[in-house]
Design a protein around this ligand. Sequence first.
Ligand code: UD1
Length: 425
Amino acid sequence: MKKLVITGGNRLHGTIKISGAKNAAVAIIPAVILSDGVCLLENIPDIEDVNIIDEILCKMGASVRHINKTSLEIDPSGIKEPVATYDLVRHMRASSYLMGALLGKYLKADVALPGGCDFGVRPVDQHLKGFGILGATHCVADDMIKIKADKLVGNHIYLDVVSVGATVNVMLAAVKAEGRTTIENAAKEPHIVDLANFLNSMGADVRGAGTDVIKINGVKTLRGTTYSIIPDQIEAGTYMAAVCSAGGDVLIQNVIPKHLESITAKLREMGVTIEEFDDSVRVICNGRLKRCNVTTMPHPGFPTDMQPQIAALLTTADGMSMVNEAVWDNRFRYVDELRRMGADITVDDSLAIVRGVEVLTGTPVKATDLRAGAAMIVAALGARGTTYIEDIRHIERGYEDVVGKLSAVGADIKLIETDDSINRN
Ligand code: UD1
């Protein structure tokens, strides 16, 4: 079993370069299915989720070639059957994007119910509602969602909840539909805009991405393209939090500072100095953090994917903080792990009350999901002693070379292979 071993106490100094955005990559790679040509994708992160989606496309018949560590050339012309079985999709939530991409291209998609991070019920009712309004029907049989349409016709779709996944999936299904689709109450995340830019670079006509009304005029064909995806907002936010936990002065490069605004604002409220440049932010943190309250919201609100990391920081802030999780039902599973390190946190439904203690103490903990794992890293960097983080496969799903990036700025972090695991009895 692989573990991350982190000994806290080293201040961080230097630069960290942020990779391409996981959540943009896992939407844009399936979107290549819609193309009638070959696509070259650049700034792709070297992470497990990308490997999984590559493998899914390969097994479906596409040709996927790694030009180098961050560039992928994908030719979808070999895909014959619009079918993704459970074997293929079970590790990955974003495999649900195969539904929209396959339906948009082949008017048919048989996709097994997806896996991914477990933080409560993860419904797809809004995705299916959108497909239905475009003219598709669906049924669930043998744990597969089977969707088909004689043709897809543009229409007005109002999403009852702001959903990144439903917005992406409806965009994918609508891009080659007849006529105009309008998505109202659409998600506004940076990767929605990135997906729209990618689709437009293939010849699609998508307007308004980044606002809550997206208009899509269907086109008949989409050509191959070369496209470079945006930097990862959450990876950047995680390293910003890492510097705040350990203390230090780090330049975080290859970011879009505008995408980090809500994170930057909260860290400033906590007393951190953040300087913004064109494509980098400098984080300077000395001394104890101040308390603050955080409520997660769809973009441009504070991202739920940064909630565990900010809560980890607040465990040693001066005073009592409240963290309100307003996007997911069950995203506090990591709290037990922070308690093992000495954190004082009580959870009542969607609210966590965090009472800052002087210092956390290193101990064996688990990464209960991807961002929970990131929170363990953040906590460990500022803790007294050594933290052993298990189940790091979750972290590997979304963070490229976390050991290399943190070691380069002075963290005491290494990856080990051992046989033993945490005994919870
Ligand atoms: C995406 C991100 C994930 C992030 C989340 C919220 C990717 C690959 N993943 O997940 O990291 O945490 O956005 O920013 O981009 N909902 C419904 N019905 C639906 C769909 C969603 O009720 O059909 C609800 C969900 O239960 C949740 C909320 O809407 O409470 C937001 O979910 P959604 O934005 O769809 O999350 P994902 O796209 O799965």
